[in-house]
Design a protein around this ligand. Structure first.
Ligand SMILES: Nc1ncnc2c1ncn2[C@@H]1O[C@H](COP(=O)(O)OP(=O)(O)OP(=O)(O)O)[C@@H](O)[C@H]1O
Ligand SMILES: [Mg+2]
Length: 470
């Protein structure tokens, strides 16, 4: 760290405070000096007026002179020609009056305080002057002017006391400013450090860190945003973990599903290789291997299908379809299978009922649900019904089979989930992929899929397809 934040803050605060102090001190000094000058000016004018009031009598003027000289004040009286009338000075001393000001005096104007580098005698010292014209008593004509002067050092003496006080005040204020800046800077740096520590903890994997904030300033808003960011990070981390968990389970399940047919095929091939399968059994072995191979192909295809649906890689070609015709086709395929497990497949007359869906995918959904119903029912009835609803078309598949528990119902949508593992490898496949595909397809159609079931009583799957939005 080349220039720590603490020093930056201190510097910032101090420069502002010292600048303000300097401006105030300079203004006060200027104002005080101005006031002092005005005071002196008024005083000198009042002397000048008193001098004019005594009608410029020499004796009185001399009295004044001695009185005022105690205060360092000097005055000269000039006539209308600019000639010195009082005091009587030796010839070699020149008096100093500026011509244009004399002009103003002639016009009856008083000349307010000016400072010069020399006094009335020409001695080099800074002196303040006022000039007051006076007029003849009779005609009121301009008769001359009075020049009153005082050394500027008098004003400066008052000023230097003020400056000393101000300087002390400036020093004390600066010390206080440094202290206050220090406290403020420390406070701000502490808050930034809290943020830094929190970020550090998060970097080390602690997502429970939360910063306190009180809605005061930008740092509070930053803390608030920081908390939101950590929350979002935590959620996405959990999601990543969940995905990773699912990926692992999926890999395990997929491997498990493939191992059974592969082991069967491998065993049979070994038997054929070492000629341990009797001639009469060979054809059956080959048929078994074909069946297992088919099962593997189906597994791979269904997985691919599932992935394609999930990643939106399939396009639905939706139309308004006649439900009863499609169910007739399905019935034809399924009746034999249903009868082989002593089930009756009963399909309501759904003449005129339509559904807005993709033909192949709609059929795939129904085949899967009906196949399941047949698969998990013995000596029962599978009833398919349908009706129009407010929003679309609802199809139900009801069976009187083994049913499911609440717990089982929660999991049936997962890939490879089978409620009863002992039932695997039946003639219907049973890889546990059917319902997960049905669910994805339903989502794709924005269809609402529900299941109701009672153990040993039966199950009803219902799916409601929305009508096309016209
Ligand atoms: N009608 C039903 N009655 C009782 N249980 C059912 C029913 N339908 C599904 N299940 C349960 O849900 C599980 C998952 O069904 P799903 O269709 O996904 O897989 P599967 O039928 O076992 O295999 P696949 O459909 O891939 O051949 C089934 O194994 C079964 O335990
Ligand atoms: Mg199934």
């Amino acid at each position: 760290m080349k220039f720590p934040y603490f020093y930056q803050q201190m510097l910032g605060f101090l420069s502002v405070i010292i600048m303000l102090l300097t401006i105030s001190v300079v203004s006060i000094v200027l104002f005080a000096r101005n006031t002092a000058i005005r005071g002196t000016e008024n005083q000198l004018f009042s002397y000048a007026e008193s001098i004019v009031d005594v009608n410029l009598e020499a004796e009185q003027l001399a009295n004044f002179q001695s009185l005022l000289s105690n205060q360092g004040v000097t005055f000269f009286v000039f006539n209308q020609n600019g000639e010195l009338v009082f005091p009587n000075l030796p010839d070699h001393i020149e008096t100093r009056v500026i011509p244009e000001e004399e002009e103003r005096l002639r016009n009856g104007e008083r000349v307010s305080l000016t400072t010069q580098q020399a006094d009335l005698y020409g001695n080099p010292r800074e002196t303040a002057y006022v000039y007051l014209p006076y007029f003849s008593n009779s005609a009121g004509d301009y008769a001359g002017f009075v020049a009153v002067s005082a050394p500027v050092s008098q004003i400066d003496r008052q000023m230097s006391a003020l400056k000393r006080n101000l300087f002390n005040a400036f020093l004390i204020s600066t010390v206080v400013a440094i202290l206050v800046s220090f406290i403020f800077a420390r406070y701000q740096v502490k808050r930034v450090n809290e943020l830094r520590q929190a970020a550090h903890l998060v970097a080390e994997g602690d997502y429970d860190v939360r910063l306190e904030h009180r809605d005061r300033d930008e740092i509070d808003i930053l803390s608030q945003d920081f908390n939101k960011m950590i929350h979002a990070l935590d959620l996405s981390r959990q999601e990543v973990n969940r995905q990773e968990e699912r990926r692992k389970t999926f890999m395990q399940d997929a491997a498990h599903e493939m191992r059974t047919p592969l082991t069967t095929i491998n065993g049979l091939l070994e038997g054929l290789e070492y000629d341990v399968i009797p001639e009469s059994q060979r054809l059956r072995s080959i048929q078994l291997m074909r069946k297992e191979t088919k099962r593997l192909i189906r597994l791979v295809n269904e997985n691919l299908d599932y992935e394609n649906i999930r990643s939106n890689r399939i396009m639905l070609n939706k139309h308004t379809l006649p439900v009863s015709e499609i169910l007739d086709e399905i019935k034809e395929q399924m009746t034999t299978i249903a009868e082989s497990s002593n089930n009756t497949l009963q399909i309501d007359s759904l003449e005129g009922l339509t559904v807005y869906a993709d033909y192949d995918r709609f059929k795939q959904i129904l085949v899967n649900l009906i196949k399941n119903a047949i698969q998990f029912t013995e000596n029962g009835t599978i009833k398919v019904s349908g009706q129009k609803t407010d929003k679309g078309t609802r199809i139900s598949i009801q069976d009187t089979g083994i049913g499911m528990t609440e717990e089982q119902m929660k999991n049936i949508w997962d890939r490879y989930y089978k409620a009863d593992v002992s039932r695997t490898n039946t003639r219907y496949g049973e890889s546990g992929l059917g319902l997960s595909i049905v669910q994805q397809l339903a989502e794709l159609h924005q269809a609402h899929l529900t299941v109701e079931s009672q153990l040993n009583k039966g199950t009803t799957f219902a799916i409601e397809f929305p009508d096309s939005k016209v």
